[in-house]
Design a protein around this ligand. Structure first.
Ligand SMILES: *[C@@H]1O[C@H](CO)[C@@H](O)[C@H](O)[C@H]1NC(C)=O
Ligand SMILES: *[C@@H]1O[C@H](CO)[C@@H](O)[C@H](O)[C@H]1NC(C)=O
Ligand SMILES: *[C@@H]1O[C@H](CO)[C@@H](O)[C@H](O)[C@H]1NC(C)=O
Ligand SMILES: *[C@@H]1O[C@H](CO)[C@@H](O)[C@H](O)[C@H]1NC(C)=O
Ligand SMILES: *[C@@H]1O[C@H](CO)[C@@H](O)[C@H](O)[C@H]1NC(C)=O
Ligand SMILES: *[C@@H]1O[C@H](CO)[C@@H](O)[C@H](O)[C@H]1NC(C)=O
Ligand SMILES: *[C@@H]1O[C@H](CO)[C@@H](O)[C@H](O)[C@H]1NC(C)=O
Ligand SMILES: *[C@@H]1O[C@H](CO)[C@@H](O)[C@H](O)[C@H]1NC(C)=O
Length: 405
């Protein structure tokens, strides 16, 4: 190849890079301050944010929030938009103080190709609202406090690097869409904050949640009805209630859950480790094709638990769950349990669990002594590799069970 040909190739390359960067920045950058937003923690920026969103959405550009603390009331950023839209936060976005029971604080809706990014923080001001929660220990209660960031019918989208702090209700919900990736985010709330689930998913297909740290007062991740094809990889969870599927089967409209992979996660000082919980209801549903693999437990209270007798935090559930739990693999689960029962498969008598695999389990009680397994309506478990605790059936002294629940 001659010099001149190399030169023309270089010119072409420069031209292409220039062209691509123009295509990518098509629509431009829209700073909320240009629409009158003030990051002083006092000014109500709701209208300025809406005006900025309209511009970014209509031209397929970037909405930018920098410098300061921006007070924002309940708001909805709605599409469809023209092309890809970015919501870039390098500032604190703060909710008003006090109680709120709206369905969201910030809602992104009907958007194809959204990126939420930046090193900024969504601060839900939960401490000012948690005293108004009527839902402490009543997960089925109806008047929940507002979730912070809710993605509704948002597709082919990415949430990365941002932080969520002290939501009033759930920290993030992802619903009714497909192909959403959550990468490198940090979620924080105190262990005793009521119903502050980290990420809740529902009626959503193809989700990746990866490389993130979630510490909160309820489930780190709760996969609700209709969650399908979800990978949760390299997530650190704790404090909180663990990584859960459910609850499933409360409503007749609930959809099946299948295609769940939870890989390479660490779960520390939580109420549960990996959990499946279903209602004692009569709706025929299923939770199937689930793998929990390479998980380290550090003093999780119920490291491995299937609870098919759930009825909203009450302990008096009667009746059987008609949710069929099947094809569930626990592979390479190790570490410590804060309760004596490290493996608890408490399935339904009308629909016993089927195709359960326990593969290379190594869970000790936190003081170093042996933990135990408890199984009910879980026949023909496939055991592969070393098992600590011992495989079911084990003879459990009922008084010990009560003492260690
Ligand atoms: C996103 O996908 C859902 C179904 O998965 C669909 O109902 C919705 O219209 C889509 N939204 C956009 C903006 O494409
Ligand atoms: C919440 O209630 C507790 C107990 O009544 C009280 O000590 C605390 O100050 C209250 N917190 C807020 C933020 O109102
Ligand atoms: C993760 O996000 C933080 C900002 O919250 C950022 O500083 C860090 O570089 C990100 N890490 C990666 C690997 O992108
Ligand atoms: C989840 O990981 C599997 C490989 O283990 C891959 O085949 C699948 O496409 C991934 N799902 C998503 C939603 O990325
Ligand atoms: C999980 O961790 C193992 C051991 O550290 C590593 O070999 C594997 O690549 C990891 N897999 C994923 C999906 O992170
Ligand atoms: C299984 O569930 C039943 C009904 O909620 C409960 O009474 C029992 O204690 C549970 N068993 C274990 C080992 O958790
Ligand atoms: C579930 O348990 C609750 C509490 O005991 C009971 O009121 C309800 O009828 C049960 N549901 C079914 C379908 O048995
Ligand atoms: C189980 O874990 C303990 C404590 O970490 C370790 O000493 C032991 O070698 C492990 N056993 C197996 C079979 O991996």
């Amino acid at each position: 190849m001659g010099l001149s040909s190399l030169f023309s190739k270089a010119v072409l390359l420069v031209f292409m890079v220039e062209f691509m960067s123009q295509v990518c920045s098509q629509g431009g950058l829209f700073d909320v301050r240009a629409s009158g937003a003030v990051g002083d923690g006092k000014t109500d920026n709701t209208n300025a944010f809406l005006a900025t969103w309209t511009k970014a959405c209509q031209s397929g550009g970037t909405m930018q929030i920098v410098d300061g603390t921006y007070l924002l009331k309940t708001i909805q950023f709605e599409g469809p938009c023209k092309g890809q839209v970015s919501f870039t936060v390098n500032a604190v976005i703060q909710a008003p103080q006090g109680k709120s029971t709206e369905h969201y604080w910030i809602n992104f809706k009907n958007i194809n190709g959204l990126t939420i990014q930046g090193s900024g923080t969504f601060d839900g001001q939960g401490p000012s609202a948690w005293n108004f929660s009527t839902c402490s220990n009543v997960p089925s209660c109806s008047s929940r406090l507002s979730p912070s960031v809710v993605l509704t019918k948002v597709n082919n989208s990415l949430v990365q690097n941002v932080k969520l702090l002290n939501s009033k209700g759930f920290q993030m919900k992802i619903e009714d869409g497909d192909h959403v990736t959550v990468n490198n985010i940090t979620i924080t709330a105190p262990a005793d904050s009521p119903n502050t689930d980290g990420i809740h998913t529902g009626n959503i297909n193809f989700v990746n949640i990866q490389d993130s740290n979630i510490g909160t007062g309820d489930d780190c991740i709760s996969m609700g009805p209709g969650t399908t094809n979800i990978n949760i990889t390299r997530v650190n969870c704790g404090p909180g209630h663990g990584i859960s599927i459910g609850s499933i089967g409360k409503l007749a409209t609930d959809q099946n859950v299948f295609g769940v992979k939870v890989l390479n996660c660490t779960i520390r000082l939580t109420q549960n480790g990996v959990r499946i919980k279903t209602w004692n209801s009569t709706f025929p549903l299923s939770v199937a094709d689930v793998t929990f693999q390479d998980i380290i437990m550090d003093r999780a209270h119920n490291p491995i638990i299937i609870d098919q007798h759930y009825c909203g935090g009450r302990r008096d559930c009667s009746g059987n769950s008609h949710v069929q739990v099947k094809d569930i693999k626990f592979i390479g689960i190790s570490g410590t349990s804060a309760s004596k029962i490290a493996v608890n498969l408490n399935c339904s008598s009308s629909n016993p669990c089927s195709d359960i695999e326990l593969n290379n389990i190594n869970l000790s009680f936190q003081d170093g002594t042996r933990a135990v397994s408890a199984c009910s309506n879980a026949p023909r478990i496939l055991y592969v590799g070393p098992q600590n605790p011992h495989a079911c059936p084990q003879r459990l002294d009922p008084s010990m069970m009560l003492a260690y629940m």
